[in-house]
Ligand binder design. Structure first.
Ligand code: MG
Length: 395
């Protein structure tokens, strides 16, 4: 029995992880559930999965949950989960000695410190939050190596690459090719992009995901983050990581070997498959999810991305070439810009503009040769938040 802690159990990956746990009740149990503020859903999850620990980041929401948990305990006579709050609470939930594996699925920078603490506690990490590697890839991978911890990718593209590389000599990789659906604006008139609303952008053609990652897919920043994620996970320079637009999302990614062979992993667009892969690795379990029939009449198209229309992809490559705290600025500026776009404070094409401005300003005032530490990353995160907030207020 693997006991699982979920950072972000009420989000898209979190709820789908619980579906996988429910499908294999004699193999997996939900030991710790954590959320930011969606208490109603968290309570439903507690009633169904009976976790031992619950952690809630938002203190006010935690008070409400504590109250209802007391009621539930009094009513049934059973002991409910222990309830923890704030970042400290998240850390307690993922580092508990009984936890075997942590699903890291809190979006943005919130998951960084709890995930690092889980690595230090020797927990296997199933990584769904790509911002953690974008912001602090060097620190995270170095800590994983030092603590002998496996980082298993839950992102479908990296799960695909992980599968293609099984049994391969990493020195014989020519390049990795990540596929992108291209998002809902792939075929839009570039002149119409600035008028696109969050409603248009949330209408993702193939994958069912959270709001942040869906907007990031529409700007191609998601793919930019994934290039950086692949760089750290597989130890490859970004010059060996390419992106192709593949609107059908049937090929989840490819690896070209030095002999010219191109290995691809394909399958349904169902996040429960990469989640299950990470939970069961290195085993494979027969799954109940819908299958994909490749013998039907499918056509697969592959096209280069339009980097002029979607500048976020180029910004991501630029950030990792600069290194240091620049990718952290990219990630936080994107988080702020996407939130402002969802709140209808800015337009779609303002997203890359704000990120580029934050990167330029940061580059002008930062010594890129100084060693990168968790403190310098958190300072860059705070600086970017205030820079973007000022910019958003100024318009
Ligand atoms: Mg992905």
């Amino acid at each position: 029995m693997k006991r699982i802690a979920i950072l972000g159990s009420t989000g898209s990956v979190g709820t789908q992880t619980l579906e996988v746990i429910a499908a294999f009740p004699d193999r997996y149990s939900a030991h710790s559930l954590t959320a930011r503020s969606r208490i109603d859903l968290l309570e439903e999850q507690c009633a169904r999965f009976g976790p031992r620990m619950v952690a809630i980041r938002d203190a006010e929401c935690a008070e409400r949950a504590r109250h209802t948990a007391e009621l539930a305990r009094g009513g049934s006579g059973q002991s409910g989960p222990s309830i923890h709050t704030g970042e400290e609470g998240l850390i307690e939930a993922v580092t508990h000695p009984d936890v075997d594996l942590v699903i890291s699925a809190l979006p943005g920078s919130a998951g960084l410190v709890p995930t690092l603490r889980a690595i230090e506690a020797g927990k296997t990490i199933a990584l769904a939050n790509k911002e953690i590697l974008v912001m602090a890839g060097e620190i995270v991978m170095e800590s994983a190596r030092r603590n002998g911890v496996d980082i298993l990718p839950v992102d479908s593209e990296h799960c695909a690459v992980h599968q293609c590389l099984a049994g391969q000599d990493p020195d014989r990789i020519q390049r990795v090719v990540l596929t992108a659906s291209g998002g809902p604006f792939r075929d839009s008139d570039p002149a119409a992009l600035s008028r696109m609303t969050s409603e248009d952008a949330l209408n993702h053609p193939t994958w069912n995901m959270g709001q942040k990652v869906t907007i990031d897919s529409a700007t191609l920043m998601n793919k930019g983050f994934e290039v950086i994620e692949a760089h750290w996970l597989f130890g490859l320079p970004v010059s060996k990581i390419d992106v192709v637009i593949h609107p059908q999302s049937i090929i989840h990614s490819m690896v070209e070997m030095v002999d010219g062979s191109l290995l691809a992993q394909m399958g349904p667009t169902d996040m429960r498959i990469p989640i299950q892969y990470a939970l069961s690795y290195p085993e494979r379990l027969e799954s109940p999810w819908p299958r994909f029939d490749i013998t039907r009449n499918w056509s697969l198209t592959l096209d280069p991305p339009d980097e002029a229309m979607f500048p976020c992809l180029g910004l991501a490559y630029e950030s990792i070439r600069r290194g240091s705290t620049v990718p952290a600025v990219l990630s936080t500026a994107d988080e702020m810009a996407v939130e402002a776009f969802l709140g209808q404070r800015i337009g779609f094409t303002d997203i890359p503009r704000i990120i580029a401005d934050a990167m330029d300003r940061h580059l002008a005032g930062t010594d890129l040769t100084a060693p990168v530490t968790l403190e310098s990353i958190m300072a860059a995160d705070r600086w970017t938040r205030s820079f973007c907030e000022e910019k958003l207020i100024a318009g």
